[in-house]
Design a protein around this ligand. Structure first.
Ligand SMILES: C[S@@+](CC[C@H](N)C(=O)[O-])C[C@H]1O[C@@H](n2cnc3c(N)ncnc32)[C@H](O)[C@@H]1O
Length: 271
């Protein structure tokens, strides 16, 4: 698989994202206070933002819910609290939330499960967040959780038999050669550049962006993480299937996870 989108499982079945996103929900909860503090201290809701009294918020890589609804409700509650501490309640704020994900995301499930008591207007925005998604200077607040580790594509070199980065018999950079890891890092760098360039055009001056990402502590090896252990198990299971004649080796050579986990040093450098 070279390019394309890799949405979460839709619907409400046993393996749906809606029923299997507790981990991400709890992890977002852990950083909730940091986000609230940043909004309270840095988001200039009264002076720069609220001339039209409509706050436009985007959640990039929202999937199907419920996590995105919880995140949006939290952002709105903190922004409102800050705003009404500065102005009269009669000067009411309005919110418009843009839910973005790949076009192949299950937007039907997202829309049918929208909270009935929501106090915001809703818009679905299909498309890759590595491209422009909104008009210039149109967003006040951008949020993205657990989505930016998905690369826009598998680096081409991994599938090229003549490249030193050919990832034969492997499905990721964990446990692979330095060339493979460098190819992943280069793709991540390119993707982040596209992401940040697009957002720099779309967010108004004085706006804010919160990115929650899967990360690796500086100077840690990816193989030491739970993701690393999981990928290694999966890889050796696939190789067992090759050895048992259930699939062929070329299929494994063609399969690589388009996921990259960056560390704070890398992100600081890229930003
Ligand atoms: C693990 S889910 C996270 C969902 C939700 N934000 C949460 O915290 O539970 C990652 C989502 O990012 C989306 N995604 C990945 N790459 C994307 C891209 N380039 N553009 C838009 N959405 C993307 C996937 O389709 C998926 O729905």
């Amino acid at each position: 698989m070279m390019t394309g989108s890799f949405p979460m499982n839709g619907g409400y079945g046993t393996y749906s994202y809606a029923k299997n996103s507790q981990y991400q929900r709890e992890a977002s909860n852990v950083v909730k206070e940091m986000i609230n503090k940043a909004i309270t201290e840095k988001f200039d809701v009264k002076n720069k933002i609220a001339t039209s009294r409509t706050i436009r918020i985007a959640d990039l890589g929202c999937s199907v819910g419920p996590n995105t609804f919880i995140a949006m409700q939290n952002v709105i509650a903190v922004v409102e609290k800050k705003y009404y501490s500065q102005v009269l309640p009669s000067e009411k704020l309005e919110f418009q939330v843009f839910f973005n994900d790949h076009i192949s995301n299950d937007f039907n499930t997202l829309f049918t499960s929208l909270p009935v008591d929501r106090q915001y207007f809703v818009t679905g925005v299909p498309g890759s967040f590595y491209e422009l998604l909104f008009p210039s200077s149109s967003l006040h607040f951008v949020h993205s959780a657990y989505a930016l580790h998905w690369l826009s594509k598998v680096p081409e070199k991994l599938l090229d038999k003549n490249s030193p980065a050919w990832n034969k018999g492997k499905i990721h950079y964990i446990g692979a050669s330095d060339e493979v890891r460098n190819a992943y890092a280069a793709q991540f760098e390119k993707d982040m550049e596209n992401f940040l360039n697009a957002r720099s055009k779309e967010i108004i001056a004085g706006g804010m962006m919160v990115l929650i990402m899967v990360g690796l502590l500086d100077d840690f090896q990816p193989s030491e993480t739970s993701t690393g252990v999981t990928f290694n198990f999966l890889e050796s299971s696939l190789m067992d299937m090759v050895n048992g004649g259930l699939i062929n080796g070329a299929q494994v050579d063609l399969f690589n996870f388009p996921i990259y986990v960056a560390c704070p040093k890398e992100m600081t450098m890229l930003i």
